[in-house]
Design a protein around this ligand. Structure first.
Ligand code: 1BN
Ligand code: ZN
Length: 361
C-alpha cells in the first residue's frame, strides 16, 4: 500500500511539474521580452526546466508552485512594501489574515526600530504558529519588507526607487503561506498533520541596510533589524519552547537560482544544512541545491543563531558567474518583479521543505 502511494506521488509530482512549467507560453513571451531581460541577464535568462525526478522517498503533500506564485503576486499587488508606507501596512494585515485563515495563531510583534540614519521604522514581525500548544517546534522564517532603494540597479537614475521585491521579500513569505495552506487542508489521501509545532516568522525591517550611495559607514548591523528584535525578545522569555532548528528563506523564487550552502549556516547549523540538502536530493531537486559552499551572508538567520541560540540556516541563492550581484541579476534593482519569478524555483524549495518537515518524528 505504501509503495503504491509513493508510485502515485511520483506520477503526481511529474504531472504537476509538467503543468506548472507552461514552457510554451514562457518561450513565446520571452522572445518579446528579450531586450529588457538581456539588460539584467547573467548569461542564463531562460526559465529553468524542472529536472526528471528520481524521487527516492517523498513524504507529505504536494507543494503547489502555482499557489505560491499567486501569493507572491498578491503581495506585489500592494506595491513595494517599504517601511512606514501604506502598502507595507496593508500587506502586513493581508499576510496576518492569510495565516489566521489557515488556522494559525497569529501574533504581531510591533516595535519602533532605528534605521542607519536614525529614521524611526514602524516595524511588525508577524508570527504565525501551527500547533501553538506543542513545546517541540521548528521555525521557518523570511522577511516581508521591501528595500526602499534599488541601489544596485545598473541605471543610477533608479538608485532611489523602491524595489518591488517579488523575489527579495515576497517569495519567502509566499512559500511559507503555501506550506501553511497545506497544513490547514487535511485530505483523505495523504497526511497533512505534523506531530510538531511550526512557527512561521515574517521578519520586518530586514532590507533597510545602509544604501550604497549613503555617506555613512556601511555596517552589517543596519540590516535584519526585525530579526534582531525578535531574537532579543525570544531570549528574554523566562520559559521558551524547544525550537529544534530554523530555516530562513530569502530570494527563493528567482530564475536560474541555485542554493549553495551558505557559510554561516554551515558554521552554526551543519546538521540542518545536511538534512535540507539531503531532502532536496531525495525529492528530486538536488540540482537546485549543490552540495558545495556559497558565500557567507549577513542575513536574518544571524540574530536567530547568535541571540536566540537556535541553529538556523539560510536558503539563499548564489550566482557564481553573475557580475551584477552574487544574489542574481535582479538583486536590489527595479527588475526584482514578477517577470523574474520562476515557478520551478518555488517548487524546488517548497517541495524540499515539505520533505524536511514531514520527515520529522
Ligand atoms: C539579503 C537580501 N540581504 C539583503 N537583501 C542581506 C544582505 C545584507 C546581503 C548586506 C548583502 C549585504
Ligand atoms: Zn534585499
Amino acid at each position: 500500500m505504501k509503495k503504491k502511494q509513493h508510485q502515485l506521488r511520483k506520477t503526481t509530482i511529474a504531472l504537476l511539474m509538467a503543468v506548472s512549467n507552461s514552457s510554451l507560453f514562457l518561450l513565446t513571451s520571452s522572445l518579446f521580452l528579450l531586450p529588457s531581460s538581456l539588460l539584467i541577464s547573467c548569461g542564463n535568462t531562460k526559465k529553468s526546466t524542472t529536472e526528471a525526478t528520481t524521487v527516492a522517498n517523498p513524504v507529505g503533500p504536494v507543494f503547489s508552485a502555482d499557489s505560491a506564485y499567486l501569493f507572491c503576486e498578491q503581495q506585489c499587488a500592494f506595491g513595494p512594501r517599504t517601511m512606514n508606507s501604506a502598502a507595507h501596512e496593508q500587506c502586513g494585515e493581508w499576510i496576518a489574515r492569510k495565516f489566521h485563515d489557515y488556522g494559525m495563531q497569529v501574533t504581531l510583534q510591533r516595535a519602533d526600530l532605528r534605521g542607519y540614519d536614525g529614521t524611526v521604522l514602524k516595524s511588525t514581525n508577524i508570527i504565525a504558529s501551527y500547533r501553538p500548544e506543542q513545546q517541540d517546534r521548528i521555525m521557518l522564517c523570511a522577511h516581508w519588507d521591501s528595500r526602499p532603494w534599488a541601489d544596485n540597479d545598473p541605471d543610477e537614475a533608479n538608485h532611489h526607487t523602491p524595489v518591488m521585491a517579488a523575489n527579495d521579500g515576497a517569495s519567502g513569505v509566499a512559500v511559507m503561506l503555501e506550506i501553511a495552506r497545506l497544513l490547514s487542508a487535511p485530505d483523505t489521501t495523504r497526511t497533512t498533520n505534523l506531530p510538531i509545532g511550526i512557527d512561521f516568522v515574517c521578519f520586518d525591517a530586514e532590507d533597510w541596510g545602509t544604501p550604497q550611495w549613503a555617506e555613512y559607514d556601511g555596517s552589517g548591523d543596519t540590516w535584519a533589524l526585525g530579526s534582531h528584535h525578535w531574537a532579543e525578545q525570544f531570549s528574554a522569555q523566562a520559559s521558551k519552547p524547544r525550537v529544534r532548528y530554523g530555516i530562513l528563506l530569502d530570494m527563493v523564487g528567482g530564475e536560474g537560482a541555485r542554493f549553495y550552502q551558505e557559510q554561516m549556516s554551515t558554521y552554526y547549523a551543519p546538521s540542518v544544512v545536511k538534512k535540507v540538502w539531503a531532502a532536496a536530493e531525495a525529492v528530486g531537486y538536488g540540482s537546485y541545491f549543490p552540495k558545495s559552499e556559497g558565500n557567507g551572508i549577513t542575513d536574518d538567520h544571524l540574530p536567530v543563531n547568535q541571540k536566540a541560540q537556535i541553529p538556523c540556516i539560510d536558503i539563499i541563492p548564489h550566482y557564481p558567474d553573475c557580475e551584477a550581484s552574487g544574489f542574481g541579476p535582479t538583486w536590489h534593482t527595479i527588475h526584482d518583479d514578477m517577470q523574474h519569478i520562476d515557478r520551478n524555483t518555488l517548487q524546488a524549495v517548497g517541495q524540499t521543505l515539505i520533505q524536511v518537515l514531514f520527515s520529522e518524528q
